[in-house]
Design a binder for this molecule. Structure first.
Ligand SMILES: N[C@H](CCC[C@H](N)C(=O)O)C(=O)O
Length: 287
């Protein structure tokens, strides 16, 4: 099968995009295709697969699969890339439009020209904070803010936030000392998170700036995580480390995102999206 694709990334968090307005894929092929395209040796190399598809409820739809083939409900960097692709390829008319995700709909505004979108702002909607909806084991209606969390030898404090997908946020004094590679793979599969969890370590530089590292559910360490950056700013505000309603600069490995959380309202994410490669992926399923 020869599959047309475009590779785009949000701050080096890259995905292989297949445009289902132009090409059809069978549902059962999606998870194995995500694994195949993400492989840097036998595939194209990415953090996963994203489908751009027609939607009955929004101007365009997005589905996202991690590099292990698991499907996620949302993807912040992916949303900015979908918005860029949809506008540059005339899938949408206006520079502001809605995108359907498995977590619900979001509104995106592209910045740039029809020929080249440089940056995208996304209204990510309100975070979900009730423990049972993260989901995280424990008293259902409670929020999880700076709660004791033993991980191996590490005694940590966790703040849990869902942006449609689950995030466990930990504040550290020095980002370079964060137990990303030792505790990331353990916490992501911790049974206290029945659906697994994305794991973020944060060092606050001021009340408007932070360092950020992530171990993503289903993809491991990535260069950036848009929903994770949103969750990190929400967690900082819940812990009194950042203000409501003001843009916080999040320094991820792959670059900066600008995030604000309006009190009792939406989380807004602004950042770049770039296209790198397009072509045809020759795939013999099961080969
Ligand atoms: N690994 C995530 C999906 C990708 C999210 C991330 N790449 C982003 O930009 O938000 C999960 O399983 O929930």
């Amino acid at each position: 099968m020869d599959i047309p694709f475009v590779k785009l990334h949000g701050l080096k968090n890259s995905y292989i995009f297949v445009d289902l307005f132009q090409f059809q894929l069978e549902e059962e092929s999606l998870a194995p295709l995500a694994i195949a395209v993400a492989d840097r040796n036998t595939g194209i190399g990415s953090d996963g697969l994203i489908l751009i598809h027609p939607s009955d409820t929004c101007d365009v739809g997005m589905r996202i699969f991690n590099l292990d083939g698991s499907e996620a409900m949302n993807c912040g960097n992916g949303l900015r890339c979908v918005a860029k692709y949809a506008y540059e390829n005339n899938i949408v008319e206006s520079d502001t439009f809605t995108i359907q995700t498995k977590a619900g709909q979001v509104e995106a505004q592209v910045h740039g020209t029809r020929a080249h979108v440089q940056e995208v702002t996304v209204d990510m909607g309100a975070p979900v904070l009730q423990r049972e909806l993260i989901p995280m084991q424990g008293a259902p209606a409670q929020q999880v803010v700076a709660e004791d969390f033993q991980a191996g030898e590490e005694q940590l404090l966790v703040t849990a936030v869902s942006m449609g997908n689950p995030h466990a946020v930990f504040f550290v004094d020095n980002i370079d000392d964060a137990p990303l590679y030792t505790q990331g793979p353990v916490i992501t599969n911790d049974p206290r998170f029945p659906d697994g969890v994305n794991v973020e370590f944060i060092e606050m530089l001021s009340n408007r700036e932070m360092h950020f590292r992530v171990w993503e559910r289903g993809s491991g360490v990535t260069q950036a995580c848009g929903t994770g950056a949103c969750a990190a700013v929400v967690a900082a505000i819940l812990n009194g480390k950042a203000p409501y309603g003001e843009e916080v600069t999040v320094h991820l490995s792959g670059g900066d995102l600008f995030i604000r959380w309006e009190k009792d309202g939406s989380v807004w994410m602004r950042g770049a999206a770039e296209k790198t490669v397009s072509g045809t992926f020759h795939w013999e399923r099961g080969a």
